[in-house]
Write a protein that binds this ligand. Structure first.
Ligand SMILES: [Cu+2]
Length: 165
């Protein structure tokens, strides 16, 4: 009887807590969406690509605690690339594009926030054993980072670099 009552209270607490946690973008810094200051927003690394303008496809593999393969990709400025990311691991992974400092900051934010699913244009989630696509237009020269920012993932080496020439 005592146990039943305890579970009842826990159930009630979870029911109130879940809707709040389901809100999108709850663990993303404001600059990530292009407003606020600092970070330069997602536009610092390009923009969501138009599928009709894809000039090539790059196939990547992500696995548990290892660098993306390949981990370095070279593209041309102005190019629209279709990334097909295969998850060969046992757990869900992500591919998120950003500057090195953006990804590091967002990773630390999500470490505290619990790693809710990212909803921005520069991020995809890939379930274990599946693939997912991200079409991206590279609008600026420079070096872009990508990685899986799920808590405990990015700092085990799930990352890579894109050089835009
Ligand atoms: Cu991961």
């Amino acid at each position: 009887m005592k146990l039943t009552r305890t579970y009842g209270v826990v159930g009630l607490v979870v029911a109130f807590w879940l809707p709040a946690s389901a809100l999108p973008a709850g663990n993303e810094p404001e600059w990530w969406h292009g407003h606020g200051h600092g970070g330069g927003g997602i536009a610092a690394v390009g923009k969501l690509g138009d599928p009709s303008k894809v000039s090539r496809t790059v196939v990547l593999t992500v696995s548990d605690g290892s660098p993306f393969a390949p981990s370095t990709i070279t593209v041309k400025r102005g190019e629209t690339v279709r990334f097909v990311v295969k998850n060969s691991g046992r757990v869900t992974h992500e591919m998120v594009l950003g500057t090195d400092s953006q990804l590091t900051e967002l990773y630390h934010t999500r470490m505290q926030g619990g790693g809710k699913k990212l909803t921005t244009s520069n991020a995809i989630t890939i379930n274990a054993g599946n693939s997912a696509e991200l079409i991206w237009e590279f609008t600026k020269f420079g070096t872009i980072s990508f990685g899986c920012l799920l808590p405990g993932h990015y700092d085990t080496g799930e990352k890579g670099t894109i050089i835009v020439r």
